[in-house]
Structure formats: C-alpha cells, structure tokens
Design a protein around this ligand. Structure first.
Ligand code: UDP
Ligand code: MG
Length: 318
C-alpha cells in the first residue's frame, strides 16, 4: 500500500505565486499517484499565515474545485516557522509522510522522487539540500554560508545548505511535537529528533513571481533566533572575555604601579579614557547578549500557543 503524502506549504501574501504552484504540484501529485508511489488520498495543504491579499480566497477556491487541495488558515501572521509547524501538526493527523516546502517553487519539486526513494529505504527524515546557490544574490549566498559556519562553530547540529524543504514521517513529526519550545528554529530542532535520515540534493531555482517575504530585517532576526535558541556558547564566550579583560587590567595596574615607583608618571589621560570606553562598550555588549537569553526564557515560561488555527478545511470535510 503506498503511503499518504501531504505537502505542507506556508503562504504569506502569495496570490501571485499560488496558481502557478498549485498547477505544478497537481501535475506532480498525479504522476506520483499514477506510478503508485503515493496513495490517491495524498494532498497539498496550504497554510495561510494571516495573508493580507487574496491568498486564502485562492486556497479556498482550489479546495472547492479539487479534492487534492486542502487549507489551513491561521488567525494572524505568525511567521514562516510557526505556519510550517501548524501545517505539520495538522497534517500528521491525516498523513503517513509529510513534505514541507515554500510556496515559491524555488525548491525543485522533482526532488520528491528522491525523498520517496529514501523513504522506501526506511528513512524517517529526508533533508533537501541545495547543490548550488547560483540563483541567490552574491550577498545572500555569502551571508548564508558564513551563517552556517558560525552555527556549527557554536555547536549547533545543522544540515549544511538545507532550508525547510524536507520529508518527515508521521513518526518523526510526532517526535517533533514533543519539543515544546516557543522560540522556533525548525532546521535546528529537526536534526535533534534523530531516526534514520538522509539527504537529497537539488538545484534551487529563482522565485518565479511575487517577492521574497524575508527582507533583510526578518533575515537578521531569524539568524539571531537560530543562534540564541540553540546555543549558549555566546554567553560562555562573554564570560571568558570578561575574565581575560579582568586579567589584562590587573597586568596594567601592576605596570602603572611599577612606573609610578620609578617616578616616571605622565598624565595617563588617554589610557583612562580609552579603557573607560572600551570596557563600557564590552559591558553593554555582554548585557545585551544576556538580555537576549533572558528574553527567550521569558517567552518560554509564558508558553504561549505558537499558532492558532482559524479554519481547517480538512476537518470541515470529515
Ligand atoms: N512565509 C510565511 N510567513 C511569513 C513569511 C513568509 O508563511 O511571515 C512563507 C512564504 O509565503 C514562503 C516561505 O515562507 O512560502 C518562504 O518565504 P520566501 O520565499 O519569501 O523566503 P526566501 O526564499 O526569500 O528566503
Ligand atoms: Mg523563497
């Protein structure tokens, strides 16, 4: 019996892209069903992340015109990661395997064949990995690559060049549901789930319509989230830095006492001012980093819901 596959797609203001995506996906699904590689009960689940345009109307229309489409509407915009999680948590009730991808078709849908092959070999998680980043701007490529390096230096277990294009079995998603953190950085948490996993490489295309929903500001916030929600190394680094600076100041003190004893004291105005500024800066930096983590703890203790579902078209039908 082929397994039921759900494709979960978070969508935020994607009215330009959705018709193209829906058409491409339905062709892909039809082929896979005809080849008996997935069950005819398989579906595409669009998650509307509080879009302000006609995204939800489109999803609703697709759902009415074709059984293969279903939709989930969040009560408001909660961001890509939360929308994806909402989709995964809902889809796991109906599906055996769940593929997550973006609405813009930048991830090659033909990689799903590779996912299914790995699944047949018994994998519970299959990561889609970009073979090149030629379609990204030089700036995005450079920042992304340096970022992966920083993350791995911080001891975060992350799959290189993998975004959120992956296949997870129902079992893996159920395990993911046990991770109750509010500060969500899925590509760092999924590897913690474990199980037999593998990667499938694919070429990443350029966005076909609409524009990136990740402007620089959101990208930076996401990057900081990735580090602070998965690693405490920055705090340790600050502590170590503090100790070093303290040692240096003791050495300086000794040095000044010695030259004082030798009677060669010159007005040490420069040294004083420089050290006051340097230390002030470092202290602020340290407090900022600590504050970042306290902020995380604050949010985690509140345990607010990560998403609220307004409508689940799938449920309405059953
Ligand atoms: N997205 C979302 N909520 C948001 C921002 C983005 O659901 O607040 C979705 C968006 O519709 C797309 C995916 O997340 O399906 C990735 O966004 P995008 O393609 O704009 O990011 P990029 O590929 O430029 O990193
Ligand atoms: Mg994109």
């Amino acid at each position: 019996m082929p397994e039921i596959m759900y494709i979960v797609i978070p969508c935020y203001n994607e009215e330009e892209m959705l018709p193209i995506t829906a058409k491409a996906l339905i062709e892909k699904m039809d082929t896979l069903i005809a080849e008996k590689r997935i069950s005819p009960k398989s579906k595409v689940m669009f998650v509307d992340d509080g879009s302000k345009d006609a995204t939800w109307e489109l999803i609703y229309r697709f759902h009415k015109s074709c059984d293969m489409f279903t939709g989930l509407k969040l009560s408001r915009n909660k961001g890509h990661q939360n929308a994806l999680l909402a989709g995964l948590m809902t889809a796991k009730e109906y599906a055996d395997i769940i593929v997550s991808m973006d609405a813009d078709l930048q991830d090659d849908i033909n990689a799903i064949d590779g996912f299914l092959e790995k699944r047949a070999e018994g994998c519970e998680i299959v990561y889609g990995v970009r073979s090149s980043r030629e379609t990204d701007t030089g700036f995005k490529r450079w920042t992304a690559q340096s970022y992966y390096k920083v993350l791995s230096a911080m001891g975060v277990d992350i799959v290189y060049n993998h975004a959120d294009y992956r296949m997870m079995s129902k079992r893996a998603v159920e395990a993911l549901a046990e991770f109750s953190e509010v500060n969500l950085f899925l590509r760092g948490i999924v590897p913690m789930v474990g199980f037999k996993s593998d990667i499938v490489t694919y070429e990443r295309a350029a966005r076909q319509a609409g524009e990136s929903k990740y402007p620089l500001k959101k990208m930076i916030a996401f990057a900081v989230e990735g580090i602070t929600s998965l690693s405490i190394k920055p705090i340790r680094f600050i502590t170590a830095l503090g100790i070093c600076i303290f040692l240096v100041s003791i050495i300086m003190l000794i040095y000044f006492l010695v030259i004082h004893a030798l009677g060669r004291t010159i007005a040490g105005w420069t040294t004083t001012v420089v050290s006051v500024w340097a230390l002030g800066g470092l202290q602020l930096f340290a407090i900022g980093i600590i504050g970042e983590y306290i902020g995380k703890i604050y949010l985690e203790t509140k345990a607010r819901p990560k998403f609220i579902i307004e409508t689940d078209l799938e449920k309405e039908d059953r």
